[in-house]
Design a protein around this ligand. Structure first.
Ligand SMILES: [Zn+2]
Length: 422
């Protein structure tokens, strides 16, 4: 697959990028941003209501999701816009390039009502979405969507940290959701940046859900369908990696982590495994025939993204391909190192994996591509996509080995200094 990413996400499987989008202005008097959804026809349609305080200068904008990850044209999922300003109706609603523009009295309360549903027929399929399951899914028995691909959001500055409230109901009765922000029919956050709010995954309906507290982290799962690794193994692998990485980077554990997995449609004579990391969350998409070892490695890699670069703070989305040697390559090296440390790989397995990276790199037809060439062509082919993984992982292995031999700080200690999120 060759793709270009611009959104809030970290997507892996040879296609990966860590980034954060954001918004612009100072803190307003009422910084509560509220979403409420009434579910229709099972989970097929969400009647949404977004409420917030308009800007003090009397002009506000609401951005509809446009492109996220491999998916574009997301504004087609939305219809029937209605706006009320301080209780009065406001029509027609003006949408220009995916942005709703409103003029109103200073700081007036604004409400946007709209309908939201998947913009294709039936279950996700190859050839319909770039990655089946990453474009929002709203089905009779379940729904799954990424915050950045599904929530219209006021256009604000990065330094603003509103609090958010999100609620779901069906026929007037509360419906529980499972999300990166927590579980329940109504979720309230403290003050958080918009980028954090949008870097979330949301699950409604037909998933097998479980949770257990391990080392003070509430690890929650939402799984569905025929997966090549047993649910308990997916959960245990994630638990080991969270504990191992927190220990290696001397980080304090976070309160909760969400694991979501669901099947990809079958491919003729092939298997596919795609992992995507969000804030304290990953989603695994896999064909039922994928090798168990590939699932274990992808799960481990996605967990490592919580530290590289999730807990290092926001990153600039526009320059992401130039940093993949770090965001993906170092993640790949530390995935192997933590798997070794927690006993998931023995020394032979660790060295075999490093040797395999080296062998693939040596055999790569794009091995001589310069760093600058690669920035523009990273999504051109499977080989160009893999190059930053190979270069970064081998660089990290070399640098860490030299540090160990020279008695200086190990690479994990250097990274620990970059992790500033408690
Ligand atoms: Zn990755």
């Amino acid at each position: 697959m060759a793709m270009m990413f611009k959104p809030v996400m970290t997507l892996c499987a040879g296609v990966c990028a860590a980034m954060v989008a954001g918004c612009a202005r100072s803190q307003g008097p009422d910084d509560g941003t509220r979403y409420s959804f009434a579910l229709q026809d099972g989970f097929q349609r969400l009647s949404g209501e977004l409420s917030f305080s308009g800007d003090a200068d009397g002009a506000s904008q609401i951005r509809l999701p446009g492109a996220w990850g491999p998916e574009a044209g997301l504004d087609g999922q939305f219809s029937d816009f209605r706006v009320s300003v301080a209780g009065g109706r406001f029509e027609p609603v003006l949408v220009i390039d995916g942005v709703i523009h409103l003029e109103h009295a200073a700081s007036a309360p604004l409400v946007l009502r709209y309908e939201f549903s998947q913009d294709y027929e039936g279950l996700p399929q190859w050839g319909v979405q770039r990655v089946p399951g990453l474009r929002p899914v709203t089905q009779p028995d379940f729904a799954v969507f990424v915050g950045a691909a599904a929530f219209p959001h006021p256009v604000w500055s990065d330094d603003r940290t509103p609090s958010y409230s999100v609620s779901f109901s069906q026929d007037g009765l509360p419906v529980s959701a499972r999300s990166s922000l927590g579980d329940g029919s109504r979720l309230d956050t403290g003050p958080i940046p918009a980028s954090r709010f949008l870097d979330t995954l949301w699950i409604l309906g037909g998933f097998d859900q479980a949770s257990r507290v391990v080392n003070a982290v509430n690890i929650r799962t939402a799984l569905r369908g025929d997966l090549p690794l047993a649910p308990d193994e997916i959960q245990t692998q994630s638990e080991h990696m969270i504990a191992g990485a927190a220990d290696l980077f001397r980080d304090t554990p976070f309160e909760t982590y969400l694991i979501v997995a669901m099947p990809l449609p079958p491919l003729p004579d092939q298997s596919a495994v795609i992992g995507t990391a969000f804030h304290q969350t990953f989603m695994l998409l896999t064909t039922a025939n994928a090798p168990a070892e590939e699932i274990r490695h992808t799960v481990s890699h996605e967990v490592l993204h919580e530290w590289i670069t999730g807990r290092m703070g926001p990153t600039d989305t526009d320059t992401d391909p130039s940093r993949m040697w770090f965001t993906e390559g170092f993640t790949e090296y530390f995935t192997l190192l933590v798997r070794l440390r927690v006993g998931d790989l023995d020394l032979d397995g660790f060295l075999a994996a490093i040797n395999a990276l080296e062998a693939h790199y040596q055999a790569s037809s794009v091995r001589t591509m310069t760093r600058m060439e690669l920035i523009d062509h990273v999504w051109d082919s499977r080989e160009t996509e893999r190059l930053p993984y190979q270069r970064g992982a081998l660089l990290a292995f070399l640098a860490d080995g030299r540090a160990a031999a020279g008695g200086s700080d190990r690479l994990a200690d250097v990274l620990a200094g970059l992790i500033d999120e408690a």
